[in-house]
Design a binder for this molecule. Sequence first.
Ligand SMILES: Nc1nc2c(ncn2[C@@H]2O[C@H](COP(=O)(O)OP(=O)(O)OP(=O)(O)O)[C@@H](O)[C@H]2O)c(=O)[nH]1
Length: 193
Amino acid sequence: VMLLGDSGVGKTCFLIHFKDGAFLSGTFIATVGIDFRNKVVTVDGTKVKLQIWDTAGQERFRSVTHAYYRDAQALLLLYDITNKSSFDNIRAWLTEIHEYAQKDVVIMLLGNKADVNRERVVRSEDGQTLAREYGVPFMETSAKTGMNVELAFLAIARELKHRAGQQQPNEPSFQIHDYVESQKKQPSCCPFV
Ligand SMILES: Nc1nc2c(ncn2[C@@H]2O[C@H](COP(=O)(O)OP(=O)(O)OP(=O)(O)O)[C@@H](O)[C@H]2O)c(=O)[nH]1
């Protein structure tokens, strides 16, 4: 699983929250190149080991990260709901994904920093509309409070497990949409969506 998106959208914090349940506020240390962590999750009684690659969002590291796209089975594409350009750049990220990643890669769009709703500049509906246009599931998240962090990874793990069990793994599957949508209906989840 690869985390993608502009520098500062919260990819490293998102991964740290998932892995360690922690959030380090304060100084922002941009990722240099690429780094990974493993975490095992349980999906319907089956253990799924996720190897999660945290990429540097800065432009100067793009050539490094491009090399990893083709081995990715899933991509979490993040923008920051308080940063319009990070949202506007999502189309460019999707173009890169189209160019470098496998055709059947699982993609999920995440609007991060949903805890700072007062600084919001990207409406939830705009995230939803963009996701619908590209046919990918969407959620708003917070690496600070942990909102939907685990849910996003569980949805990915569930989809990858489902595909691994399929006769023809390249067949498109909409299970991830169904899973995300069913979880969103629960009141504890996605208060901003
Ligand atoms: N309020 C809030 N702040 C966040 C959240 N996620 C990340 N941040 C802050 O945003 C800044 C950037 O977070 P990072 O996780 O380092 O961003 P990144 O996307 O990994 O950046 P690069 O490594 O340069 O690609 C840090 O100051 C974090 O504390 C969030 O969900 N809510």
